[in-house]
Structures are given as structure tokens and as C-alpha cells.
Write a protein that binds this ligand. Structure first.
Ligand code: GTR
Length: 351
């Protein structure tokens, strides 16, 4: 992962470059700077014919399924716009960490990003409801919720934060991984566990008896290596692609949270597009979501095989032990969703 100071500097430099580009072509938007249409056949189709180069911030490495789906999205947009709409993805947090990526999208300094609900619920508190531990019992059930009215309502709700929620990405279920072996709930007691910057995730770790330490994703590897933290929690493709398993080789498959992710467009960028270009972006995002879901399923399996082959000790929980985890987090439902219990029921009743 890139050093934070360098990445902020780089983000600043790129923003300036982009602002200059915007100024020279006389456009109001800093990053949505139309240039002369490279392909006049495309321009004569059903759009205004403007060309754009947008920026997309992705904190994951290029091998991660989210990154691969971002790349698919970019290709589809380029293809459907006949090359007029180009999107450059900056992987590996080159444009800053996840939270600052969302902030930049919010004020229009960046055009697109992809973010976990763990981070997004800091922007739209309603998303805490969807982030509750053990809310979804399977990936299929989660997708039936996300692809239905409830998912649509939460995507649309992000517009109050000056962003357009384009589609959902799967992010599997999250599991604890630790330097020392942990095989049951009591083993987590007082362990320093890294969490995303999320009050719900902090409360969840506390409810399970451990001590939450919020930390940037890019600092988790060294945090584990130096012993600043005893463990962390994440889904399997992230555990594998970051190589956190090298420094925390004990994986506890407790599947505490399914935190889906959203692809976001800046409202400012969105408003600069014609309705037909908006349609292209929306349709390509939905297509990328389908691709991501499949990529995710494949990579969850291969990531588990990969970490096992690297010597990771994997613990599965008995039904009784799993119930202890589920019981311990119940107070979070009261704290984060007491006004939304009907919605919780509706989600839980979705097959
Ligand atoms: C990953 C997610 C990232 C980031 C990370 C984290 O699963 O894809 O966007 O939120 O978790 O824990 O910081």
C-alpha cells in the first residue's frame, strides 16, 4: 500500500492537473472535463457528443474482484459510448484512503469510487441497518434484498449525501483473523482488533469481548506485523489479496457481517452528463454488478484454498458456538435499528 502522505500528495497533484484541464476547456466541473469528441460517429448517435475523462478511486489491488469489476465497468462504458466516456481507475488507494475517496466524490473532486457500507454508514447513518451483524443468512438472501425495493431505497438514499448510488457489489462475509489462534468467542477477549472507521463495527467488536482499534486498511499489515493490533476482520478475498494472512495466520470462520459495497458517482459529475450518457453509466454499472457477483463467488472459494495452502489455520464454528456470537451482538439491533424493526423483519423474511 502506498504511504499515506505520498498518496495525499498525488491526489492533490492529480486534482490540480484535472482542474487545469477543466479550466482550459472552460468547463465548470473540475474532473468532468469534456474534450473534443474523438469519434464523431459516436457523437452523432443519441448523445450530446461530448467526450469525458473521469477518475475512479479504488483502494483494492488490481487482483481483487472489486477492482476487476471496476475494470469491466470502465470497458463497458467506453464501448457503449463509442470511446467518448473514458474512466481511469486508480487502484491501491493511489488517490487516498476509502473515506477520503468518498469525501472527494461528495464534493466533486473525484468522479467515481467504490466503498464498503462499513465506511459509507459514516456518511449515511441509515446504512447501519443493512450493516448489522448476522442480518443476512446467505449471499443469495442478501442479493434478493439488494436487487429488490429495499436495496433500491438504500441506493437512492445516498443522494442526500450528494452522490449517486449506481449499483451494489458483493463483499461476502467478514471473519476474524489473528496472530495467535482464536477458536471460540472467549478467545477474542481483550484482543485488539482492527476495524473500519465505523461506530457499528466498533460496537460489534466490543460486544464480542474484544477491543476495537479503527485503522486505515492500508496500515493493517504493518499494524499486525508490529503487534499494534492482535487481529483484524475482513472477507476472504481481502484477507488473501492484502497478504494479511502472512502476519495473522489464524482464521476464524464466524461470518459476523455481510457488508455489501456501493459503486458511487459524484452528483456533480452526474449532473454534468446528458440523460443518455447517464443511462449508459447506469446500465454499465448494473452489468458490472452482475459480473462482480460471479467474480466474488469464485474468488471467495479460491482465496480460502490459497490461504490454506499457505499454512493458515482455519477454524469453523459449531452451531452452538456460532449462536454465542449471534447472541452477543443482539444489543446492536436495539441500538442501531430500533426505529427500523419492521424493515429488519422484512429483510430476515426474504428468502
Ligand atoms: C474490504 C473492502 C474495502 C475496505 C476494507 C476495510 O472488504 O472491500 O473497501 O472497506 O474491507 O476493512 O477497510
Amino acid at each position: 500500500m502506498m504511504n499515506k502522505a505520498i498518496s495525499i500528495l498525488l491526489a492533490g497533484t492529480l486534482a490540480c492537473t484535472s482542474i487545469l484541464a477543466g479550466c482550459s476547456s472552460g468547463q465548470a466541473s473540475s474532473s468532468a472535463a469534456p474534450t473534443s469528441a474523438g469519434n464523431s460517429a459516436a457523437a452523432s448517435a443519441d448523445s450530446s457528443g461530448k467526450s469525458y475523462t473521469f477518475r475512479f478511486s479504488e483502494i483494492q489491488a488490481t487482483t481483487h474482484p472489486a477492482s476487476q469489476a471496476d475494470a469491466k465497468f470502465v470497458d463497458l462504458v467506453q464501448e457503449k459510448s463509442n470511446g467518448r466516456i473514458k474512466i481511469q481507475v486508480y487502484y491501491n488507494a493511489q488517490l487516498g484512503d476509502e473515506k477520503s475517496g468518498v469525501q472527494q466524490v461528495q464534493y466533486g473532486g473525484l468522479d467515481f469510487t467504490r466503498a464498503s457500507l462499513g465506511v459509507l454508514s459514516g456518511f449515511d447513518q441509515k446504512l447501519n441497518t443493512l450493516s448489522l451483524p448476522y442480518l443476512f443468512s446467505s449471499s443469495d438472501q442478501m442479493w434478493n434484498v439488494l436487487n429488490g425495493d429495499i436495496g433500491k431505497k438504500f441506493l437512492d438514499g445516498i443522494s442526500s449525501s450528494k452522490m449517486v448510488g449506481l449499483c451494489w457489489y458483493d463483499a461476502g462475509s467478514r471473519n476474524f483473523y489473528t496472530k495467535k489462534p482464536v477458536t471460540d468467542l472467549s478467545g477474542l477477549k481483550n484482543m485488539k482488533i482492527r476495524v473500519q472507521e465505523s461506530s457499528l463495527m466498533m460496537d460489534m467488536v466490543k460486544a464480542l469481548g474484544a477491543s476495537p482499534t479503527p485503522m486505515d486498511y492500508g496500515e493493517v499489515y504493518s499494524g499486525l506485523q508490529n503487534g499494534v493490533i492482535d487481529g483484524a476482520e475482513n472477507n476472504l478475498p481481502s484477507y488473501e489479496s492484502t497478504k494479511h494472512y502472512e502476519v495473522a495466520p489464524n482464521l476464524l470462520l464466524d461470518g459476523h457481517s455481510r457488508l455489501p459495497e456501493m459503486m458511487l458517482c459524484s452528483q456533480k459529475t452526474w449532473d454534468s452528463l446528458s440523460p443518455s450518457d447517464q443511462k449508459i453509466i447506469q446500465e454499465c454499472a448494473e452489468e458490472a454488478s452482475k459480473v462482480e457477483r460471479q467474480l466474488w463467488a469464485d474468488s471467495e472459494k479460491s482465496a480460502l484454498d490459497e490461504v490454506k495452502s499457505k499454512g493458515v489455520k482455519v477454524t469453523e464454528l459449531s452451531a452452538d458456538e456460532l449462536k454465542k456470537f449471534q447472541d452477543a451482538v443482539q444489543p446492536l439491533y436495539e441500538k442501531y435499528a430500533k426505529d427500523n424493526l419492521d424493515l429488519i423483519k422484512q429483510i430476515q423474511n426474504t428468502k
